[in-house]
Design a protein around this ligand. Sequence first.
Ligand SMILES: Cc1cc2nc3c(=O)[nH]c(=O)nc-3n(C[C@H](O)[C@H](O)[C@H](O)COP(=O)(O)O)c2cc1C
Length: 369
Amino acid sequence: MSAVTEGNRFMRNELSGLFSPFSCKSLDLASRFVMSPMTRQFSPGGVPDENVAEYYARRARADVALIVTEGVGVDHPSALGQGSMEEKDIPVLHGEHAMYGWREVVDRVHEADGKIVPQLWHMGALRQEGTGPYPEARSLGPANMGEEEISDVIAAFARSAANAKALGFDGIALHGGHGYLLDSFLWEQTNTRDDEWGGDPTRRLRFPVKLVEAVRDAIGPDMPIIFRISQWKLQDYDARLADNPEDLGAICKALASAGVDIFDVSTRVFSKPAFNGSEMGLAGWIRKLSGCPTMTVGGIGFDKELAASFTEQTTAIDNLAEVVRRFDAGEFDLVAIGRALLMDPQWVRKAEAGEPFKPFDISAYSRLD
Ligand SMILES: Cc1cc2nc3c(=O)[nH]c(=O)nc-3n(C[C@H](O)[C@H](O)[C@H](O)COP(=O)(O)O)c2cc1C
């Protein structure tokens, strides 16, 4: 046996914690490995088809315990719009055809012993007006939403969540990060309202809190709600939602009281310290401050973060030792993998077996395999 093989074997034993089961409410997972939500724009007319079902089932068959789907537009005309992609559309979760398509996806993932939750998404002011399924719809953000629009969007999230429950999804994920609608209410820079929906940190929380409560009412007490949160915004990678642990804790505690069970902590590099004076990453801080389980993500399997991988040479790396070290230190409960699972549906299985990872291939961003 070569030294390398022995090294791998030792390393794989160390991984065993990541292959231990995890439970939260009605969700039971075989391991800690999750597929991170990734928009693919392969659902013509918003309807996921056989290709999408097979794309997710392939990963479930290869030991991905939980799939968080690509962002799915909620049942409101202003939810989506990301340029003209012709047939390349982002899926929705309402209407007979999309419901039928998702039922097939859910069944296929379950047949493969995987679990799946939809990531419910409203782009807010980041939507490109004049595009998407309702090009005539006005884009909405904290700056221009009236009372009626606020309650309509909240109701849209609740309807889409109820649809997800009816289809047999295993929980609900909410896109609360990256500068999109929910995040834009939380962030001081974009929420400059001076009414009860903005003005101070507590009032900035009101929209996401009411929305989480409405989703909880729609799905009942047993299904978990996973909330994606991030410091970074698409408008500004160096932005911060919270400058210090106290402010971050106040946000997460309010969301947890409203019904959030798990925080999906979106960072660009999972191992980057979140605040000065500690090496702990953001998922670790949120776990400590909220008392909720957390999921880490960002740069696992790759030497470059997401934005850089579009323009720079990227190398597949095995940085699982650092994942294990932080997992053992109690920073997070779940580990989400994004690009590495686009590159290679077998990535989790290879991690388990100690097999080499596939090199980076930019064409994976436009493939559906
Ligand atoms: C092609 C692509 C599409 C993405 N779409 C979404 C999305 O719909 N919702 C979301 O929350 N994050 C999205 N992300 C971010 C990923 O979920 C993940 O957080 C990010 O890629 C960092 O993880 P990684 O380094 O493992 O790739 C996307 C990333 C990629 C590469």
